[in-house]
Design a protein around this ligand. Structure first.
Ligand SMILES: [Zn+2]
Length: 179
């Protein structure tokens, strides 16, 4: 459960080991706050998150976090990047808030620019172009055919492997096998 300002519970706990009034000290929620507060540090009255690289990340409110993502995504230098890139950029810039990943996913999902122009290929439609194999036996095709009448050794399927450009010859061979 995230409060209106998610930082308050950690600031109170780090400052004076105080839990929010609605949280029972023996509850799972209390254990969660205690455990997570070890990842934060207080500098003055500001809360910072210890990153894995040791650099302190400034903890911002959820609204500020959304603004940061929006600026990275569609701001002056925004390039409508994907959600994971957005979160990486925000974290690398030294900001932290707990709902960054879901905020970024929502932002990208509901961004009109991404909806209209994302994944749009600029290549006109044309027939498939076959690529001939570079050297003999470079390309193989495998297929399982059957079931047939059970052979004396107990098998009833045939595994066909063929070099891609020798279709006719192999098909003729298969016809022989099936008969
Ligand atoms: Zn976008």
């Amino acid at each position: 459960m995230i409060d209106e300002d998610w930082r308050t519970q950690f600031i109170d706990f780090i400052k004076e080991f105080k839990l929010p009034p609605h949280v029972d000290p023996k509850s799972v929620e209390a254990a969660r706050i205690t455990r997570h507060s070890k990842g934060f540090v207080l500098v003055g009255d500001n809360l910072y998150k210890r990153s894995t690289s040791g650099i302190l990340m400034k903890c911002v409110t959820l609204e500020e976090g959304k603004d940061i993502l929006r600026e990275i995504h569609e701001g002056v230098c925004g390039n409508h990047a994907a959600s994971r890139t957005l979160v990486d950029k925000a974290y690398r810039s030294g900001f932290f808030w707990p709902t960054a990943v879901s905020n970024a996913e929502d932002l990208v999902r509901w961004c009109p620019g991404c909806q209209f122009f994302g994944k749009k290929t600029h290549v006109t439609a044309h027939n498939l172009i076959t690529i001939p194999p570079s050297w003999p036996f470079a390309c193989w095709s495998l297929d399982m055919i059957g079931p047939f009448t059970v052979a004396p050794v107990g098998f009833n399927h045939v595994l066909v492997s063929r070099q891609v450009h020798q279709v006719d010859r192999v098909q003729a061979h298969c016809q022989d096998l099936i008969r």
